[in-house]
Design a protein around this ligand. Structure first.
Ligand code: NCD
Length: 298
């Protein structure tokens, strides 16, 4: 039984293998080929935080492979509202399903769920911690759209303090020969201990200094829900925004990624440029999650 809790659970070889598998599922993800390898399998979705793409793309991945999905209803309508513990919910749901996908506001919740589950657990985001399936689809996007992972220069932009997509992605990027620029307001900088731990070619920069050099601009939303108080959020809200002007000196081949949802950090005028890949990136969530599900369930 294999859980997927942190990107640190995977090495370069594992990642390369999953990305290769995802490629094989792309036509199935588009509905162009029928493949029912997960027939008879049931996935349990336990989302304790809002989600559109992650939950739906897991569901689509499962269904297109012939499997089925059960969803916990909104917390107010489930036994969570009666005071059920996470451990008990997981114990029960793991008896109903062949794998569990969990998203929870507390860091470490997915690891804790795995300890209480009799089936594989996939972390779909634990607080500001990890979001490994997003990282795999991010890497897949880079590989598909830039043609490679080794040798790319990437700027991680925005809320580097609280974004779990960043905390996962940055570690995976250092497994490849990448050059990483961290671009954020001081108040949203990557935590120092994380910076020390990851190693690799990572440095802080201002976007205008590096924009001509980057292959990938990875933009994030300010994670409002993680701020201890509203006032702190207000100080940084709207503090960065990618516009046509920001990217005017970028390479033709530079791509812009965003895990979505976006609020105001990417001007919609950018959507029409050849650089914008965030909607394509969201689609890639389906074949990548097919690859993950077939690994943990078969
Ligand atoms: C991200 C998340 O939940 O961490 N969303 C996603 O899964 N695509 C990013 C975000 O909410 O800003």
């Amino acid at each position: 039984m294999r859980h997927l809790i942190s990107i640190n659970d995977l090495d370069r070889e594992d990642i390369t293998y999953i990305l290769k598998r995802a490629e094989e599922f792309e036509d199935v993800a588009r509905g162009e080929r029928n493949l029912k390898i997960l027939e008879g399998k049931i996935l349990g979705n336990l989302f304790f935080e809002p989600s559109t793409r992650t939950r739906m793309s897991f569901e689509v991945a499962m269904k297109r492979l012939g499997g089925d999905v059960v969803n916990m209803t909104a917390q107010e309508a489930s036994s969570i509202a009666k005071g059920e513990t996470l451990a008990d919910t997981v114990r029960v749901v793991s008896g109903y399903c062949d794998a569990i996908v969990i998203r929870h506001p507390l860091e470490g919740a997915a690891r804790f769920a795995a300890e209480n589950s009799s089936v594989p657990v996939i972390n779909a985001g634990d607080g500001a911690g990890q979001h490994p399936t997003q990282t795999l689809l991010d890497l897949y996007t880079i590989k598909k759209e830039c043609g490679k992972l080794d040798g790319i220069t990437i700027a991680l932009v925005g809320d580097l303090k609280y974004s779990r997509t960043i905390h996962s992605l940055i570690k995976a990027l250092t497994l490849f020969e990448t050059k990483i620029y961290l671009v954020s307001p001081d108040a949203l900088a990557l935590p120092d201990e994380m910076l020390e731990e990851i190693g690799g070619d990572v440095s802080r920069a201002r976007l205008y200094e590096v924009i001509e050099e980057v292959d990938v601009l990875y933009v994030t939303r300010i994670q409002k829900e993680r701020f201890p108080d509203e006032e702190e959020y207000r100080k940084v809200s709207g503090s960065y925004r990618i516009t046509l002007n920001t990217i005017k000196n970028a390479k033709d081949s530079m791509i812009i990624m965003h895990p979505l949802p976006r609020v105001d950090e990417v001007d919609p005028a950018v959507d029409k440029t050849r650089h914008a890949k965030y909607f394509q990136q969201a689609f890639y969530g389906v074949p990548v999650r097919m690859a993950i599900l077939s690994e943990v369930m078969l």
